[in-house]
Write a protein that binds this ligand. Structure first.
Ligand SMILES: Cc1cc2nc3c(=O)[nH]c(=O)nc-3n(C[C@H](O)[C@H](O)[C@H](O)COP(=O)(O)O)c2cc1C
Length: 279
């Protein structure tokens, strides 16, 4: 039985989920979507999993691109776990469309509540102390269902979210590529390149021992959360100053704001793109 799980993770919630699921379903090959999908196909897999966060009520763009190019076995048992905090929006519908184009279908879809990772917009919530044990318990339950090859209809986008999407999210998505113009490092930067290594979109390069963001950013906050000296800062870029809507207004990173990443996932874990997990 070949199990393969593809994941995207900024602050570790999705990676933690993918690792635990792999361990509990009897082992799996874990593949980061930083890899080239054409080199790691799922054509011979019997169980195929996708784990990623919800971003702006949808799947992260990098995950969409990856799945779009991936070859899958249409007869495999296919599952998706989307980690989120409050609104999963059209995440599963997007995956469903991508799989349908490959004549495959999602057998099992579940949204898993985690700690909010968008610390540039708002503080991490709910508190880690409450949320991490809750998340771990839910992962155990999901693993049992996956091991039993249970079918579970994915959660669809609600009426209210669907109605609000064009007004709240569409304008925000239109300026997403401007997001990383707000990042810079202060005098605490030691040039260690952790931000370069953890970035799930490979968006950061080094110039004169200083990180440079190259406008392929989803705002995942990995660079902010995993910086060992808290040197990565954020100043709202001009496009966001002028934009209408709630989210652009929220963006800022006060000095005292907590920078969240999943406590079980270290920076070094996010730098490994392929991992064989035993049972
Ligand atoms: C840019 C960004 C956008 C997000 N959008 C949503 C959202 O639309 N709905 C939601 O419930 N959570 C949202 N979140 C929270 C994340 O989905 C959640 O914290 C997730 O577990 C992070 O996964 P990761 O730690 O693997 O990166 C967002 C987080 C970020 C950084």
């Amino acid at each position: 039985m070949k199990h393969i799980i593809y994941y995207f993770s900024g602050t570790g919630n999705s990676m933690r989920t993918a690792v635990r699921i792999a361990e509990k379903i009897g082992g799996a090959e874990l593949v980061s979507v930083r890899c080239n999908p054409e080199e790691i196909s799922a054509e011979s897999a019997d169980v195929i999993g996708f784990v990623c966060p919800v971003y702006e009520w949808d799947m992260p763009g990098t995950m969409k691109e990856f799945v779009g190019k991936l070859k899958v076995n249409p007869n495999a048992y296919i599952f998706m776990i989307a980690t989120y905090v409050a609104i999963h929006g059209k995440t599963f519908e997007t995956m469903d469309k991508l799989l349908s184009a490959k004549k495959a279908r999602l057998n099992y879809g579940v949204a898993l509540r985690c700690v909010a990772s968008q610390c540039i917009a708002y503080p991490p919530f709910p508190p880690e102390k409450l949320m991490i044990p809750y998340m771990e318990k839910n992962i155990d339950r999901i693993s049992r269902e996956l091991s039993a090859r249970k079918n579970r209809a994915y959660p669809a986008m609600g009426w209210l979210t669907r109605t609000l999407y064009p007004r709240l999210m569409t304008p925000y998505m239109a300026i997403e590529q401007e997001y990383d113009k707000g990042f810079y490092t202060d005098e605490r930067c030691i040039g260690c390149e952790t931000c370069v290594k953890v970035c799930p979109t490979q968006n950061i390069t080094m110039q004169n021992r200083t990180p440079v963001w190259n406008h392929r950013c989803h705002g995942c906050n990995a660079c902010v959360a995993y910086c060992p000296t808290k040197a990565v800062q954020f100043k709202k870029p001009e496009a966001y100053r002028q934009a209408k809507g709630l989210i652009p207004k929220l963006l800022r990173l006060p000095e005292k704001r907590k920078r969240y990443h999943n406590p079980f996932v270290k920076a070094a874990d996010l730098t490994v793109d392929r991992l064989e997990i035993g049972p």
